[in-house]
Design a protein around this ligand. Structure first.
Ligand code: NAI
Ligand code: MG
Length: 496
């Protein structure tokens, strides 16, 4: 079943063509880890190592933070318009290198090549968006008596740390780096150990676009060896963290010790509310996309279908048929769905399914692991839909981060609202109905950072994104995301 030209599939035998870096990116160049250590990244589509990278520790972090601190003195004084030109050139360079970046992301994370291409073009768009914002960051003036003048200005917060997860490596790196750089901050990024490469390549492209050395440093390695010393470093002024609630808690505690600002983008258990009067076909497509894109490994995945009773049976049956038709395979073969990120993560997801089976859950589709289509290896899980579960069920309450949708049947729109809000998370929600008033009542009353009406994942870099409740705090994307990297200074003067 070859659906891709051989030119792409050759990477299954020779990722060497990608010329992937094996050092940290510090001070404008690749450097080996101080301790000389390396580790491997896997291709989850084959369950095999495919490239080596630097295994950093506190010494490498110290080098990177000190480089970023020195560079901050230069970058904060670089005219905003010049910062914008560098970010705009970076967007262009990402586009010029799009295929190399997409293939790298596909092999490193397992996601289908089409999704990886989308992530890369989204990263270019992110740099383009914030390029245009650099010289439009205006403060306010305050209405004081005539013998005073008062105004505010935005100042960069300083050296910013970025802890990046493995599910959207280039997207998450771009959405942190671009606004931080636009605001005049410098960056030390620590990508996930499963997916280290595209953050390094981004730093290299930024340098090619004219970014001064040290303004964007990337240190690779594990969370405990490289991530923990980064967020605990006294030279860090702000941490942007995306990952699990548990690790977010550790990071917040480390930030507390130095009173470091932070933005926390943690997990989700997002509801997709479907009412009887929805557009049936487009809602089916949206609900499937909301949970099966990137095999459900999306913080904002729609992992709970909250569906009104009148449409429940017909909808769930059609959704099950759709799920069973989804093809699984290596990302470079353009399947509908790729693998999950690692053997450990596959086992974690299967653990949820095994326990659900023991509790008597009914599977509308899937429920099992699937052998890799390539080699019998690789970490595949069938697209899974579990029939109605009670509110307190683990499948309703816990983030699974895999291709697993749990159905919750609602008596009416009010009950749907109650179910939508029944977890400790509050990241996103989807609402599908043709009743304009009901859609907006639900959007008003659901406790989530963002609500999508009649199109899941609607919006782009222009729209602020972040969580409520245990999904975190602070906002990324949009102008709000830029302000996360700024501090407001108020200046008041007596002039007469
Ligand atoms: P994690 O939160 O431990 O890892 C995310 C990032 O944090 C990685 O770069 C990791 O190296 C780093 N890290 C780990 N420990 C750290 C520490 N003490 N200090 C600083 N950085 C540290 O998540 P993990 O183990 O990869 O996945 C576990 C679960 O987290 C997933 O099953 C999923 O439920 C959730 N998750 C949520 C994400 C989101 O987008 N909100 C992204 C990734 C995972
Ligand atoms: Mg990998």
């Amino acid at each position: 079943m070859l659906t891709q030209p051989d030119s792409l599939l050759k990477y299954l035998t020779d990722a060497g063509d990608l010329r992937l870096p094996d050092g940290h990116f510090i001070d404008g160049a690749y450097q080996a880890a101080r301790a000389g250590r390396t580790m491997h990244s896997e291709d989850p589509g084959r369950g095999e190592t495919f490239a080596e990278f630097a295994r950093g520790d506190a010494d490498d972090i110290a080098d990177a933070v000190s480089s970023s601190r020195k560079a901050f003195a230069v970058w904060r004084k670089t005219p905003p318009a010049e910062r914008g030109r560098i970010l705009a050139r970076t967007a262009e360079l990402i586009r010029r290198n799009a295929e190399r970046l997409a293939i790298t992301e596909c092999l490193d994370s397992g996601k289908p090549i089409a999704e990886a291409r989308g992530d890369v073009s989204g990263a270019a768009r992110t740099f383009e968006y914030y390029a245009g914002a650099c010289d439009k960051l205006e403060g306010s003036s305050f209405p004081l008596p005539a013998n005073y003048v008062g105004f505010s200005q935005f100042e960069p917060v300083g050296v910013t740390a970025h802890i990046i997860p493995w599910n959207f490596p280039i997207s998450t790196a771009a959405r942190g780096m671009a606004p931080a750089l636009a605001a005049g901050c410098t960056v030390v990024a620590k990508p996930a150990e499963q997916t280290p490469f595209t953050a390094l390549l981004l730093a290299e492209l930024l340098t090619e676009a004219g970014l001064p050395a040290g303004v964007c440093n990337v240190v690779t390695g594990t969370g405990t060896e490289a991530g923990a010393p980064l967020v605990a470093h006294a030279g860090i002024d702000h941490v942007t963290f995306t990952g699990s609630v548990a690790t977010g808690g550790h990071v917040m505690r480390a930030c507390a010790d130095n009173v470091t600002r932070s933005v926390m983008e943690l997990g989700g258990k997002s509801p997709v509310v479907v009412l009887n009067d929805c557009n049936f076909d487009s809602t089916i497509a949206n609900v499937a996309g909301a949970i099966f894109e990137h095999a459900g490994q999306i913080c904002s995945a729609g992992s709970r279908l909250v569906i009104e009773a009148g449409i429940h049976d017909r909808f769930v049956e059609a959704l099950g048929t759709k799920a069973k038709a989804i093809s699984l395979g290596h990302g470079l073969r353009s399947p509908d769905m790729g693998p999950v990120s690692s053997a450990a993560h596959r086992d974690k997801v299967l653990g949820f399914l095994d326990r659900a089976r023991e509790r008597g859950a009914e599977f509308i589709s899937g429920g099992k692991t699937s052998p890799g289509t390539e080699s019998g290896k690789g970490y595949f899980i069938e697209p899974t839909i579990v029939a109605h579960r009670p509110e307190d069920d683990e499948l309703v309450q816990e983030e699974i981060f895999g291709p697993v949708l749990t159905v919750q049947k609602a008596d009416d729109a009010d009950h749907a609202l109650h179910l939508a809000n029944c977890t400790r998370f509050g990241l996103v929600a989807g609402v599908f109905t043709s009743d304009f008033a009901k859609a907006h009542q639900l959007a008003r009353d659901i406790d989530a950072g963002q609500v999508y009406i009649n199109e899941y994942f609607a919006g782009g870099i222009e729209v602020p994104f972040g969580g409520n409740k245990q999904s975190g705090f602070g906002r990324e994307k949009g102008i709000e995301g830029l302000k996360s990297y700024c501090k407001v200074k108020s200046i008041a003067a007596r002039i007469g």
